[in-house]
Design a protein around this ligand. Structure first.
Ligand code: 5GP
Length: 132
């Protein structure tokens, strides 16, 4: 059975898309730890991040760097943090979480409320700054 994220890539499940290339897809996390929390995934469905081939980890990291730069340029956090966890969705992914103040809790356990309209606007802001 396909993962939720494979269904997002195919459009079967909707997402607030940020960027896409031949091998990767980026979209807003539906339950964000901070405004603009973005997930970067390989299109090839692999559960465990470290089961990706070394070149795939390299390519996903380069893609994530470009998306993080777009978050930095659009939302202007102090910096964008990175988490790889993968305990909930069995499809490798990199969390990009903007950090807006030094005291911000940096954890997947922390969630912020964002309306649908807010999510749409955040995705649009970030998308406009993506340079792949
Ligand atoms: P992890 O597997 O690293 O614990 O985290 C999975 C992340 O995927 C969570 O932060 C969760 O909010 C996000 N997530 C789970 N299902 C969906 C979904 O259907 N759409 C989106 N955009 N994010 C999801």
């Amino acid at each position: 059975m396909s993962s939720i994220f494979t269904k997002i890539i195919s459009g079967e499940i909707p997402s607030y898309k940020i960027a896409e290339d031949e091998k990767h897809y980026a979209f807003l996390d539906i339950n964000p730890a901070a405004k603009g929390h973005t997930l970067c995934i390989p299109k090839r469905e692999v559960d465990y991040f470290f089961d990706l081939k070394p070149n795939e980890i390299g390519e996903l990291t380069k893609f994530s760097q470009k998306v993080a730069r777009a978050i930095d340029r659009s939302l202007k956090p102090i910096r964008t943090g990175v988490i790889v966890e993968g305990m909930e969705v069995p499809h490798a992914h990199i969390h990009l979480i903007p950090i807006y103040k030094e005291t911000q809790a940096f954890s997947l356990g922390k969630k912020v409320e964002v309306t649908e309209d807010g999510m749409r606007k955040l995705a649009q802001q970030i998308r406009q700054k993506v340079e792949l």
